[in-house]
Design a protein around this ligand. Structure first.
Ligand code: HEM
Length: 402
């Protein structure tokens, strides 16, 4: 056995989410205490440094010496030469990243998102009205947490949501890039690229008020983007802005429904929903071990030496439950203030979709609580089935009564 194979054989696996849960809070609590920067192996055997404390995760995410690898070339495989094709915002760095990010960022400000708010509310009302027509009981996953984020994202981008099923599978494959053979990821990236290119062409021809049509209509001298950049933006949004919200909303509703007193309180005082949304973003152990960074030079994190070329995984779900950063970190406290969670990352690649996600969750909760009085689980939540195969875990069904 060579050194690398020997190392892989002795490393513990990266903690998987606990069965029936979106994350692994217990495993990460142990790591924060006993090995806050420690080596582990991914399902395909590749070694990574797991970083689990809030302070270290916060620094690592914004450290310019740690870059997001090109998806099509990571994890590297001996003898396999893949083209270094950059397809998403996350893979861009420096001036290239700033140029593309600068073109899309204005669309994500709270002020600009106000224009979208009536559409988002109408989508939430339509889906809730369907639930009311068909039930109770009803399934909040099929009836709300799956379709709502998709329709909001499509409204934001200005694309038709009905053709989306064809790409959903490829998105899931790319999100699992650290767990599946690279060839499979590359095939999914090719399919996503073709789909995104067709969407960009349709938006450029058809106009409309969505982000893609607006970007396509902006001339280069006014900060507009070329076709390839637009395709890259589209792939980034489809990959980063859909499953994240499906998973988070589903798991967030489970967290809420397990607290009937809180559901009652939020229905009676909707003004407290934004605080609850912020705490749901912190408390649901989303972004388990998803972000991968590669060291471009030797550096120290939390007193451990990381060598150039080694991979680092800052575990955001763990940072968000760190008792050194949050009082009573495992407790759900909708009034928590300040709430310096890291769910949207940090640094130049900080998630641009944070405010859209907040608005979506707020309006979704306001609508569900107002239209489904006495909303409660139809069966004990510990019996719910979760999609155990995906890195972004969500309940498969959420049967409710009202
Ligand atoms: C619960 C919902 C979401 C979570 C937890 C989340 C989390 C994150 C995190 C942690 C990053 C940074 C990754 C890194 O540093 O490597 C990120 C980046 C990104 N997110 Fe989100 N996100 C969410 C929703 C969205 C939405 C709704 C959109 C778009 C509509 C979006 C678009 C993006 C994009 C484009 C990037 C890459 C930014 C760049 O490289 O500059 N995300 N997201």
């Amino acid at each position: 056995m060579d050194d690398a194979a020997g190392l892989r054989a002795v490393l513990p696996p990266v903690p998987e989410a606990e069965t029936g849960s979106p994350g692994s809070p217990c495993a990460y609590a142990a790591l924060r205490a006993d090995g806050p920067v420690t080596r582990a192996r991914l399902p395909e055997g590749d070694p990574v440094w797991l970083v689990s404390r809030h302070d270290d995760v916060r620094r690592a995410l914004a450290d310019p010496r740690l870059v997001r690898p090109v998806i099509a070339t990571w994890p590297p495989r001996e003898g396999e030469q893949w083209p270094r094709r950059v397809l998403t915002l996350l893979e861009l760095n420096g001036a290239d990243h700033a140029r593309v990010r600068g073109a899309v960022a204005p669309a994500f400000t709270p002020r600009r998102l106000q224009d979208l708010e009536p559409r988002v509310r109408a989508l939430a009302e339509d889906l809730t009205a369907d639930l009311v027509r068909q039930g109770p009981p009803g399934d909040l996953v099929a009836g709300f947490t799956e379709p709502f984020p998709l329709r909001v994202l499509c409204a934001f981008l200005g694309i038709d949501h009905t053709g989306f099923a064809a790409v959903a599978e490829h998105i899931e494959t790319v999100l699992q890039a650290t767990r599946v053979p690279l060839g499979k990821t590359l095939a999914a990236l090719d399919a996503l690229r073709d789909h995104a290119a067709a969407l960009v062409d349709a938006c450029a021809r058809g106009g409309g008020d969505g982000l893609l049509a607006r970007l396509a209509a902006t001339p280069a001298h006014e900060g507009g983007l070329g076709h390839e950049d637009l395709v890259s933006v589209t792939i980034s949004m489809l990959m980063a802005g859909y499953r994240t919200n499906v998973q988070h909303f589903g798991a967030a509703l489970v967290t809420l429904l397990e607290r009937p007193g809180l559901v009652r309180r939020l229905r009676e005082r909707p003004g407290e929903i934004p605080g609850a949304v912020e705490e749901l973003l912190r408390h649901v152990p989303l972004m388990n071990a998803i972000v991968v960074l590669v060291a471009t030079e030797d550096l120290d994190i939390g007193g451990r030496r990381i060598r150039e070329g080694e991979a680092v995984m800052p575990v955001i779900a763990s940072a968000n439950r760190d008792g050194d950063a949050f009082e009573r970190a495992d407790e759900f406290d909708p009034g928590r203030d300040p709430n310096r969670h890291l769910v949207f990352g940090r640094g130049p690649h900080y998630c641009p979709g944070g405010h859209l996600t907040r608005m979506e969750l707020r309006i979704g909760l306001e609508t569900l609580l107002a239209r489904l009085p006495d909303l409660r689980p139809a069966e004990p939540t510990e019996r719910l089935a979760w999609n155990e195969d995906s890195p972004l875990r969500a309940p498969l069904r959420l049967p409710v009564l009202w």
